[in-house]
Design a protein around this ligand. Structure first.
Ligand SMILES: [Mg+2]
Length: 459
């Protein structure tokens, strides 16, 4: 997996060393020498990962740079690994509290570094995909606001369900003491019956079960696939730490456990899970549901407005023109009044099926509400659009509609107005308005007909 990694260190020798290691693994490397520069470069270049030195002369240090990177909406999702020679508890905690995903001590262990880098980048790919889909949703107009409150907010404390899988009684007590204030901790001996946790803490030093197997099973099982896993390892057992990361643990913590470190790592992991959950949930509810009309399964008004704007813009910038037809089912109110709303709905659904099967795959058929429909026809001039509208009109009146509970099939006709984008000064609203006017003319002229207004009338 190729990715762009930003290296931040005030010493040239350190930068070169890391650059050599990372380019050797085919990563692209960017570099910065100061804290401010790191924040700016991150914002401008949007790297996939940041390796951040702590001690830098002048201006802001690595902790502050990390805080600022994590506080910006454009860069808050980029994973940060803090690098330092100060291997003491306070510095480690400061790094984690500044929002860093990981903390490595110089001299950097190559294998550890690469395992961490690979692990964080895998996660970043998922976040990027979700963010891209969200941006798409915003462009289409089906997602309106930014995520709020922002789950990446460092100051927000989330309470969550922690699943603890361990057999060491002292350790269990310490973890419960560390996390119990903020979270609900459930003990599990061996990894069965996973409910809906927000974090799993798995000991790979346990005697009574195989922690690696638990991690592997969680990573491959559907309900726990996205669950963050924090693995507990012995401080000198580098092999087991790497194995846990390889199997899919997101983070490791070494024994003897530091309660504040447990809490800080749990917070970071859960914050990221909340962020990804929120992105997924928004996409699920918005992208499918929000652009679909529930009764007919056609696109809805919201989708139409999100789609038509960009098409018109493209046409105005020299692209192909766009036509729209507005369609109204004739005497629909009368039909509703005489047969009831269930029959009315059945007619709308049947009409939607005929409409959808009559337009081209590149057209967008939308229900605007009631008995009013709009078809967007990209790359289509007014003449072709009028022909398509006429074909649809004939198709509707050619065979009557059947509806449940009605003995005789119902004759249905439609009136259609057609308008086409008329040059670089034309606007979305103006095109829709002309199509509406054409539709009104079709109604006035006796219904069951097509009227085309390909260009605005001369002033
Ligand atoms: Mg330094």
């Amino acid at each position: 997996m190729s990715a762009r990694i930003l290296i931040v260190d005030d010493l040239e020798a350190n930068r070169r060393l890391l650059e050599a290691k990372l380019t050797g693994e085919y990563y692209d490397v960017l570099m910065a020498q100061r804290g401010e520069e790191a924040v700016q470069t991150a914002k401008r270049e949007r790297p996939d990962l940041i390796l951040l030195d702590v001690m830098m002369p002048g201006g802001i240090d690595g902790y502050e740079a990390c805080r600022r990177i994590k506080a910006q909406p454009e860069t808050g999702h980029i994973p940060v690994i803090i690098l330092t020679t100060l291997d003491d508890r306070d510095n480690k905690l400061r790094g984690l509290k500044a929002g860093a995903e990981e903390f490595l001590t110089k001299p950097i262990d190559d294998v550890q570094l690469m395992a961490r880098v690979k692990n964080l980048l895998t996660l970043k790919v998922v976040i990027d995909e979700l963010r891209a889909r969200e941006a798409n949703g915003k462009r289409l107009g089906v997602i309106e606001e930014d995520l709020h409150p922002d789950p990446l907010d460092q100051h927000r404390v989330f309470s969550g369900n922690v699943l603890l899988i361990d057999d060491n009684q002292n350790q269990i007590k310490r973890i419960e003491a560390a996390l119990g204030v903020e979270h609900r901790v459930t003990l599990l001996n061996g990894g069965e019956n996973v409910g809906a946790p927000d974090l799993a803490i798995v000991s790979v030093t346990a005697k009574s079960f195989d922690g690696f197997r638990v991690i592997a099973r969680m990573r491959s099982g559907e309900p726990t696939r996205h669950l963050p896993i924090l693995a507990i390892v012995d401080s000198d057992d580098r092999q087991r730490a790497l194995r846990a990361l390889e199997l899919g643990a997101h983070d490791i913590i070494v024994r003897p456990l530091d309660e504040e470190e447990v809490l800080a790592r749990a917070r970071t992991l859960m914050r990221r899970k909340r962020y990804m959950d929120a992105l997924r949930a928004r996409l699920d509810q918005s992208l499918e549901l929000a652009i679909t009309d529930q009764l007919t399964g056609l696109y809805n008004r919201r989708f139409l407005h999100g789609q038509l704007g960009p098409l018109v813009q493209r046409a105005q910038c020299g692209g192909d023109t766009v036509s729209v037809m507005t369609i109204d089912i004739d005497h629909f109110k009368h039909l509703n009044d005489s047969f009831g709303h269930d029959v009315g709905d059945a007619v709308l659904r049947e009409f939607a099926v005929r409409l959808a099967s009559n337009v081209r795959p590149s057209d967008f058929a939308c229900r605007m509400g009631g008995e009013e429909f709009v078809v967007i026809m990209p790359r289509t001039g007014g003449d072709i659009a009028c022909l398509a509208a006429e074909r649809l009109r004939r198709q509707i009146c050619a065979s009557p509609f059947s509806a449940p509970g009605v003995q005789h099939p119902i004759d249905v006709t439609v009136s259609i107005g057609v308008a086409c984008l008329a040059g670089p000064d034309d606007a979305v609203d103006a095109v829709l308005k002309r199509a509406d006017e054409a539709l009104y003319e079709a109604k006035r002229a006796g219904r069951n007909r097509v009227v085309g207004k390909a260009a605005p009338e001369a002033a």
